[in-house]
Design a protein around this ligand. Structure first.
Ligand code: PLP
Length: 484
């Protein structure tokens, strides 16, 4: 049915997070599809009421766009029959003088990494901490104090890898809590892990170089490495994390290996010592760099956090990446790299060329939070809170869905995996979950480059109030009704 095809072109592409209005986005998408032939001449557009419902938009928004396209001659109305794509648009578009492409190839590769997610918070957005439990007042006091007493030069340009007091506090914290061995000079403060991944990919590998990526794996890493032009090769994960033996036997020699050994994302495996040593030996043999993304290991519920891979390695092939997005909040946009001594100067220069440093009063407040034990106290409180939120989620799923929706993971971190049968399209169902039930269900299959991809959803619980858990699971049960 043409209506469904039209909806298929549009669903997931009209985002409230975009700066352009919803009607502008709809107009642009429809117009582009008519001009490039995806909506051929004489295609009947669905009724505005139907399309509005499919896309979760107000009917007036769709009406307004249809009227605009009618007025501009892209659509033709037939009384009583609806609106149809005008003939000759394709020809007109190809006859028009060729305009320079709007984006570079590199830019297009980056954009092709995918749209921004449909929604970034709410039940069950993964990776979102309990934002309402953020220690606002204490943080505000620390910020005020450091802004008030900031030396004037903190307000100017900087090029030293980040505020020394923060690098010192982090080096001590990482040594004690994560077994990371480093000097403060080896730390480089970045604007979030995402920026760090971008720099790592660009500085340590060339376009076309091979990168091994855990599969399923972290989408943020996948897009940063893809955008840098690397060739991504999916390495399967098992109960011990990245399958090093498989990767060595089956994949081309890597230049970069991206891993989350302390809590594999999104599956949750912890890489045991023997596998870690095999990974280090493999990187050494290939002359490859290892990016160790240690994004959430502070939240381990059943046992002590596992020490970092970086602390095991004398080879200086491991670059450790940590973020404040989970233990503090994502909007801080603060993360850090621990680089081997040989890379300190290169990364500081890169930071200067690509970004420049800033936010020293914020960095000073964070240093204070770490050295005064405030961050450790906040982490302890959040660990308890997340544990009980996870229990509430498990309980609600057991009560309302029984064994139909098996969950796994959850020994650490902020999400569990809900597994779906292989014949269920987790992406399409997640889309419906958003449109019909306002649920944020991140599909497991989109974290995988292999086929068949495992099906399921990542259910983030850390940011969901306990009282909201059962109602959200009830909406999920409604969504699943009739699907199996
Ligand atoms: C595996 C992984 N790494 C890193 C991050 C943190 O990224 P950022 O510091 O860019 O917020 C996340 C957040 O979801 C993550 O899941």
């Amino acid at each position: 049915m043409a209506g469904e095809w039209v909806a298929e072109l549009l669903v997931g592409r009209i985002l409230r997070t975009e700066p352009a209005s919803l009607s502008r986005q709809l107009y642009t998408l429809l117009r582009a599809a008519m001009l490039d032939g995806r909506l051929p001449a004489d295609t009947r557009l669905p009724s505005s009421r139907w399309l509005a419902k499919e896309l979760g938009l107000a009917r007036n928004t769709v009406l307004e766009v249809y009227e605009q396209l009618l007025a501009e001659g892209y659509l033709r109305a037939r009384r009583g029959a609806g609106s149809f794509v005008e003939a000759g648009l394709l020809r007109a578009a190809s006859a028009a003088p060729r305009r320079a492409p709007a984006l570079s190839q590199r830019g297009q590769t980056l954009i092709d990494c995918g749209p921004t997610p449909l929604a970034l918070d709410g039940a069950f957005a993964p990776g979102v901490p309990a934002l309402s439990a953020f220690p606002r007042q204490r943080w505000q006091r620390a910020l005020n104090r450091h802004l008030r007493h900031a030396p004037a030069h903190w307000l100017g340009y900087q090029a030293q890898g980040g505020l020394p007091a923060l690098r010192e506090a982090l080096a001590a914290y990482l040594g004690q809590s994560r077994g990371v061995r480093c000097q403060p000079e080896q730390l480089l403060i970045t604007g979030g892990a995402q920026q760090a991944l971008d720099w790592l990919a660009r500085l340590l590998a060339d376009v076309g170089d091979v990168a091994w990526m855990e599969d399923p794996g972290y989408l943020g890493a996948r897009s940063a490495l893809t955008a840098a032009g690397l060739q991504l090769h999916p390495a399967p994960v098992d109960a011990s994390g990245l399958d090093v033996a498989y990767a060595q036997a089956q994949l081309p020699a890597p230049r970069l290996i991206y891993v989350t050994p302390s809590h594999q994302y999104p599956g949750g495996a912890v890489m045991p010592l023997a596998r870690r040593q095999a990974l280090l030996a493999c990187a050494e043999a290939h002359g490859a760099w290892i990016i160790e993304d240690d994004y959430d290991s502070e939240f381990r519920y059943a046992s002590q956090p596992v020490a970092a891979l970086q602390g095991l390695a004398d080879s200086a092939r491991v670059i450790y990446l940590g973020t404040l997005s989970k233990v503090m909040c994502p909007a801080l946009r603060l993360a850090y790299l621990v680089v081997p001594e040989s890379l300190i100067d290169a990364f500081r220069r890169a930071s200067w060329h690509l970004a420049r440093e800033g936010h020293y009063p914020t960095q000073a407040a964070l240093a204070d939070f770490i050295s005064s034990g405030e961050l450790a106290r906040h982490i302890r409180r959040m660990r308890e809170l997340y544990q009980s939120r996870q229990q509430a989620l498990r309980q609600a799923v057991t009560q309302q869905l029984g064994a139909a929706l098996p969950l796994s993971g959850g020994e650490a971190g902020m999400h569990v995996l809900a597994h779906l049968p292989a014949e269920i399209d987790d992406v399409a169902l997640a889309r419906r979950g958003w449109l019909e039930q306002q649920l944020v269900l991140r599909p497991l299959s989109s974290h995988s480059l292999r086929t068949p991809a495992p099906r399921g959803w990542l259910l983030g619980y850390a940011g969901v109030e306990e009282s909201a858990m059962a109602p959200a699971v009830a909406r999920m049960a409604r969504l699943l009704e009739g699907v199996w």
